[in-house]
Design a protein around this ligand. Structure first.
Ligand SMILES: Nc1nc2c(ncn2[C@@H]2O[C@H](COP(=O)(O)OP(=O)(O)OP(=O)(O)O)[C@@H](O)[C@H]2O)c(=O)[nH]1
Length: 396
């Protein structure tokens, strides 16, 4: 399976610019594992240092690319259109928006930090980006609360059946991809009794918010950081204790798009995510050169355009995934070295990895081999980021 990162945000914050910049990659034709039919789903990449050089191998990626020892691992990026602003007028979030949202594993909320778009996406000045951050969180919480309350009512009706509360709530909340066990854990984590009929309004709200945070983790792309107003907002908001629970990444989607365009024209050499690029043409029009020099100042100050960085924050920090390479301890690569690199949950074990590679392995898993030191690895061993593992099974 491929993880899905959802891009959300009100109109005119730069969602399309970010989506296009992130999915516009010069990956060789045919390397795509799927063809894009839905224009709102694209392939983006997250970077991880390739393991092949440590093994004196030249990798042959089956998907994505490897540039100068940096592996670009595919993730799906979904432009979740239709965030309806103006909930204060009672409109709330659109149904399609909510349906699409449920298909994502993590969200990047694109926020216009320049404050030049109002809550409806119309041009303005001095709009406080905090309003947009609060709006989305509050709306999502209200949606979760609504479904949680339905679950509590169902539990009240079913009480005579001697059924566990988490099972009833789990069924009601199943679209959010949370198991009954995880619901119980969440209830206990915020010190509530596992007794829904005892919860008051504030307690239900707190639980809905906690379930939302766990099932729809979010990072903020502070976009349009190439403007002075955005930089002032950045200083204020990222030091505001009310927003400590969120990760913020400074982004200029514009700069990334411009660099990718220039790369496509053969005007610059640029590896996505790098804090530098080289102009390779001598007779650039003065205007374009000045534009690129402005971008150079930005990427130097902010350590890149932020587009790669926000994808990687969502993947590795917020969703807490790790990249694992299938390997061979003997050095006999039947299909070419280091073809694959997979993203797995933080708690994935050697056995989980075996199932990921061979869904038909059944109970044939014997053990793994850590290819760096040839050590045998048991089924329950939790893997580390960038492990290189051979799977040994009875099927071989
Ligand atoms: N200064 C600056 N402007 C940007 C940046 N990214 C996007 N913009 C501008 O913001 C405006 C809106 O960008 P879009 O990408 O169309 O925004 P959107 O969120 O997709 O808007 P909708 O399609 O209406 O949902 C355009 O004028 C962009 O050029 C950025 O990083 N910096």
């Amino acid at each position: 399976m491929s993880y899905r990162i959802g891009l959300v945000g009100k109109p005119s914050v730069g969602k399309s610019t970010l989506f296009n910049a992130a999915t516009m990659n010069d990956v060789p034709e045919g390397a795509y594992p799927f063809t894009t039919i839905d224009p709102s789903v694209g392939e983006a990449y997250v970077r991880t240092p390739c393991a092949a050089p440590e093994f004196d191998e030249t990798c042959q990626p089956s998907v994505g690319v490897c540039e100068d020892g940096t592996r670009f691992v595919p993730v799906k990026l979904v432009d979740v259109a239709g965030l309806v602003p103006g909930a204060h007028e009672g409109r709330g979030l659109g149904n399609q928006f909510l349906t699409d949202l449920n298909e994502t594993d993590v969200l990047i909320h694109v926020v216009d930090f320049s404050g030049t778009t109002d809550s409806e996406g119309e041009a303005t000045e001095g709009h406080d980006p905090r309003e947009d951050i609060d709006f989305l969180e509050d709306e999502l919480d209200a949606w979760y609360l609504d479904i949680l309350e339905k679950g509590v009512r169902r539990y009240a009706d079913k009480q005579v059946e001697d059924i566990d509360p988490e099972d009833v709530l789990g069924e009601q909340l199943s679209a959010f991809g949370i198991s009954p066990a995880a619901i119980k854990q969440t209830i206990l984590a915020i010190d509530l009794p596992v007794a829904p009929l005892e919860w008051d309004g504030a307690e239900k709200e707190a639980l809905a918010r906690e379930i939302r945070k766990r099932t729809k983790p979010m990072t903020i792309a502070a976009n349009k950081m190439d403007t002075p107003a955005a930089q002032d907002n950045w200083d204020e908001i990222t030091t505001d204790p009310a927003y400590e629970h969120l990760e913020f990444v400074p982004v200029s989607a514009h700069a990334e798009k411009a660099l990718k365009n220039a790369k496509e024209q053969g005007v610059v050499e640029y590896t996505p995510g790098e804090r530098d690029f080289a102009i390779t043409t001598e007779d650039l029009p003065a205007e374009q050169e000045a534009g690129l020099e402005q971008i150079r100042e930005f990427v130097d100050e902010f350590d890149g355009t932020g587009v790669q960085q926000v994808l990687e924050t969502a993947t590795f920090d917020v969703l807490d995934l790790k990249a694992v390479f299938p390997g061979t301890a003997s050095g006999n690569w039947t299909k070419g070295p280091f073809r694959d690199c997979f993203l797995l949950p933080a708690d994935a074990t050697a056995e989980d990895f075996a199932y990921h590679l061979h869904s038909d392995i059944g109970d044939g898993f014997l053990h793994g081999i850590d290819c760096r030191d040839d050590r045998q690895v048991g089924a329950d061993t939790v893997l580390d980021h960038r492990d290189v593992l051979e799977v040994v099974s009875t099927n071989q």
